[in-house]
Ligand binder design. Structure first.
Ligand SMILES: Nc1ncnc2c1ncn2[C@@H]1O[C@H](COP(=O)(O)OP(=O)(O)OP(=O)(O)O)[C@@H](O)[C@H]1O
Length: 581
């Protein structure tokens, strides 16, 4: 109940229609309960007195009530369908917005399939719940109360017979529903895991094929699907038990009532019409009672879906200092400054030492610093701290004297532009992909960025810069993707530029061309460039060596080559080490 009540803020705007549809459905259901009363009148009146006109009238009334019931149920559906689709869309939009704002550390922790299934399957279950089980739980409960009132009004002793088993039935149902709820949570989590598996194998299809892993991958999928099947079967068994109870017990009670009623009619203690009315009311109550088990199981699944939805929505966003004062004051043109910066990944196992243990580094304005270090030394992690994709666990990073931790993220990310080693393109045109780096930039800036990144190949694409690329577009080579990602990073002429080995996928010739053009961009910005090759290092004014979580040496390439053994080894053994890694 608590989980489902959390849906109220979403349901509130559509409450008039929701409650309206409930009222209409309750009225429709009560129409059905009037039919036995018309039958009683017909049997005890026109049938007993052999009055054909009265029988026709009774029949006509029953038909009219039936038509009214059907019409009202149609109105209910009309009332509820559109607002519920809107509600689902609103919840999905909220989830998407929240996922976009959650930190990278959250996405590292959660399987993408889990998030996908929450945004699709679970939300569908919730929409269904609000438009169907919720309404019918109310409708059926009201019908049962009104129905029992009618039964008691007919003959209270007979009315007691179906009421007696209700209490044990409720206790048993509660017991089964508790167990069903656990199974239902497990099934929904397993659907999430299965979605992750499918997603990964679609994205990694080349690797799976290249390594001939399709059989083992299929086996992993089969095992996960089998586990889900087991849970679904368990759910079905539990449901069958509940179903059996709610069907069998009222039927037995109805049988007993029939025998007792028939004896009373033969003893002239009860009119035949009353017995007919009693039995047909009891029969009309069969569906509302029987469907309770099913409605409760759907409500249970919906509660689980709500729990899973709010599990993501409740994950708090890290504070953003939109209104915090910018302490430290702006020292014009101080560049990027790391002071005692420490960092460990939030999901790093306990006991592992910090990845960065006190980084001190200053990149003066307009200079380019290359960052060099052994593989796994934390270069990428260090660069991710500047746009605050991860939060440093200690120390300070300042940009022109302003503490990055106290800058609103939106401002920070407008100042800092990044290109990652793994270039990601979205299913959009080349233009849209590049202008992501500066949405307000015009055609001239777009062209200049494409030129800097040596993206001449764009003009040979079928629709030039308007060609769709990314997952659902044209496939580009690794080097082409990397160059577009570089264009995206430089298009807005950012004050600070962070490049994580941006030229790793280029051939020597293209690399030289990009470097030539990049030098112009780098001359006007303050940049940190992760470098593995001497050619990339030569783009920079100076080089910093990251080792053991600290910067152990800073100098020009030639200085470090002459003075630092580790640097010399890294630069000369570069190729071997990287291929070994
Ligand atoms: N999201 C993460 N969660 C936990 N640990 C991580 C995460 N990403 C990276 N690491 C760990 O942090 C360490 C440093 O990784 P990082 O990618 O910063 O190294 P790098 O110096 O850039 O390496 P390379 O030169 O191979 O690109 C590695 O040991 C890695 O396993």
């Amino acid at each position: 109940m608590r989980s489902l009540l959390r849906l109220w803020p979403y349901a509130r705007p559509v409450a008039p229609r929701l409650f309206g549809s409930m009222a209409v459905a309750v009225t429709a259901s009560c129409m059905a309960l009037l039919i036995p009363l018309v039958l009683k009148w017909t049997v005890d009146g026109p049938v007993a007195h052999r009055d054909p006109r009265g029988v026709w009238l009774g029949g006509g009334l029953v038909l009219l009530l039936g038509l009214l019931e059907a019409g009202l149920f149609g109105v209910r559906r009309w009332l509820i369908a559109r607002p519920m689709a809107g509600l689902e869309a609103r919840m999905r939009a909220d989830l998407y917005r929240h996922l976009q704002r959650l930190p990278v550390a959250f996405h590292d922790r959660w399987g993408s399939g889990q998030l996908l299934s929450r945004g699709t399957n679970d939300l569908q279950v919730l929409r269904m719940f609000l438009s169907f089980p919720l309404v019918f739980l109310v409708v059926n409960s009201s019908t049962i109360v009104v129905g029992f009132a009618i039964l008691f009004a007919q003959q209270w002793t007979l009315g007691l017979i179906p009421l007696v088993p209700a209490v044990p039935l409720m206790v048993l149902c509660t017991y089964f529903m508790g167990r069903y709820s656990l199974a239902s949570r497990r099934a929904q989590d397993q659907i999430g895991d299965l979605t992750t598996l499918v997603e990964e194998s679609v994205l990694g299809i080349r690797i799976i094929k290249a390594f001939g892993r399709h059989r083992s991958q299929a086996e992993t999928f089969r095992r996960a699907a089998h586990a889900l099947r087991g849970t679904e079967l368990r759910k079905a068994r539990l449901l069958a038990d509940v179903w059996m109870l709610v069907t069998a017990v009222p039927d037995v009670a109805l049988g007993v009532a029939l025998v007792v009623g028939a004896v009373q009619v033969s003893d002239d203690k009860l009119s035949a019409g009353t017995l007919v009315a009693f039995l047909s009311t009891a029969l009309a109550l069969r569906w509302p009672i029987e469907s309770l088990g099913w409605l409760l199981s759907m409500s249970n699944e919906s509660a689980t879906a709500a729990d899973r939805y709010f599990e993501v929505m409740d994950t708090e966003l890290p504070p953003d200092h939109t209104s915090a004062p910018e302490t430290g004051g702006r020292v014009a043109d101080d560049g990027i400054r790391f002071t005692g910066v420490r960092f460990r990944y939030p999901d790093a196992p306990d006991g592992t030492p910090d990845l960065l243990t006190g980084v001190d580094l200053h990149i003066p304005t307009g200079q380019t610093m290359a960052l060099v270090g052994a593989t796994g030394s934390g270069k990428t992690s260090l660069t991710a701290l500047i746009p605050r994709l991860y939060e440093a666990t200690g120390g300070r990073i300042t940009l022109d004297g302003v503490d990055a931790a106290r800058l609103p993220k939106e401002r920070l990310r407008a100042m800092v532009s990044t290109a990652f080693e793994e270039p990601t393109l979205f299913s959009a045109s080349v233009r849209e992909n590049v202008l992501m780096g500066a949405p307000q930039a015009g055609e001239a800036e777009l062209r200049r960025a494409l030129e800097t990144a040596q993206c001449g190949f764009v003009d040979e694409l079928p629709q030039g810069v308007d060609t769709q690329v990314g997952e659902q577009g044209l496939s580009l080579s690794g080097g082409q993707r990397q160059r577009l990602a570089l264009a995206r990073a430089v298009v807005g002429r950012p004050r600070f530029l962070v490049l994580d080995d941006p030229l790793s996928a280029l051939d020597v010739h293209t690399e030289a061309l990009v470097e030539g053009a990049l030098r112009e961009v780098l001359a006007t910005t303050t940049a940190l460039v992760v470098a593995h090759r001497p050619s990339t290092v030569l783009l920079a004014d100076r080089v910093a060596l990251l080792s053991g979580g600290r910067i152990t040496a800073v100098g020009t390439h030639h200085q470090l080559l002459a003075e630092c053994l580790e640097y010399r080894q890294l630069m000369s053994g570069d190729t071997d080490e990287r291929s070994a890694a």
